[in-house]
Write a protein that binds this ligand. Sequence first.
Ligand SMILES: [Zn+2]
Length: 311
Amino acid sequence: MNFTFLGTGAGMPAKERNVTSLALGFPEYDGDLWLFDCGEGTQRQILYTPVKLTKLTVIFITHLHGDHLFGLPGILGSRSFHGAESTLQLVGPKGLKEYVETSLRLSGTHLYYPIAINEIETEGKVYENAHFVVTASELDHGIKSYGYRITEKDQKGELLVDKLKEIGIPPGPIYKLIKEQDQVQLPDGTMLETAPFIGEKRKGRIVTILGDTRPCSAAELLARDADMLVHEATFRGDSERLAHDYHHSTSLQAAETARQALAKTLILAHLSSRYQKKEQTALLNEAKAVFPHTYLAHDLWDYQLKLQPRS
Ligand SMILES: [Zn+2]
C-alpha cells in the first residue's frame, strides 16, 4: 500500500506545499489507485510522481472546502483524455454530485467513462471491494467533514502443498477446492478436513484518513488500532485557541488522538503556510513528544505500508 502525498498544505497553494490530496496505491492489488481529496493543482503534482490516472478507481472527498476540492473537475477530464473507460466511483458529502455535474456541464466537459457518485447520507460503510471495506464518520469542522477508515479484509493462509503431497494428494484441480472449502471429498470417497492444510492467515491492515477537524471522539474511533493515521495539523501546539476557532487541530492534538486510539503510526499533513522550515520541525517535535512514531508529510513524499506478517 503506497501513500503518495500530492499536497500537504492548508488553505491555498504555497511554493513548498500544494493544497490537499493524497493518492493511495495498491501494487499488491493490480495497481488499483484511490485518491483522497483533490485540491487545485493536484493533476500537475501527479506529473511528478509515478501515479497513473488510468489506474484511478475511487475518489474520496472528505469535505467540500475548496482546498480539498477545486482540482476535481480537471482530474475527471484528464482521466478521460488518458483514455480511461472504466467507471470511476466518487464518495463524499452531500453537494458533491451538484458540484461535479455543474462544473462538467458549464465547462462543456464530456467524459468517455461513467462516474458513480455516492453522497454519504448515513455514517458507516460507504465503499467495499474484494479486498477492503471503507467506513466514514462525521468529524467536527463547521461544515460536513468526513473521516475514512479503510479496513483490509483478512487474507486466507497459503496452501501447504508439501503436507498434502505427504498424505498422497498430488497437485491438481482439487487443490483449489481444498483452499476454498472446509471439507473436500477425495477421489476414494473419504472426506478431508482442509484446515490443517492451510497456513496462517494474514490480518488485514487498517488505515485512517481524516478530513479537517477539531479533536473529536469520531476521529479517535475511526483511528482505533489503525496501522496508519493521516491527520491534519494546521497549527502548532501553542495555537489551540486559533485551531478551535477555525475548526482545525494542532499537531499536539493530532498526536493525542493517535495516542488515545492506540494507532501505530501517525502522519501529519495539512500545515498552515505560516510555518517556515524551522517551525515545521518544531511542530513535528511537539507531536513526537506525545506520540513518538510520527512523521511530517511533505509534497511528493512516498510512504509504503507493508503487508502484516502472517500471524
Ligand atoms: Zn476545511
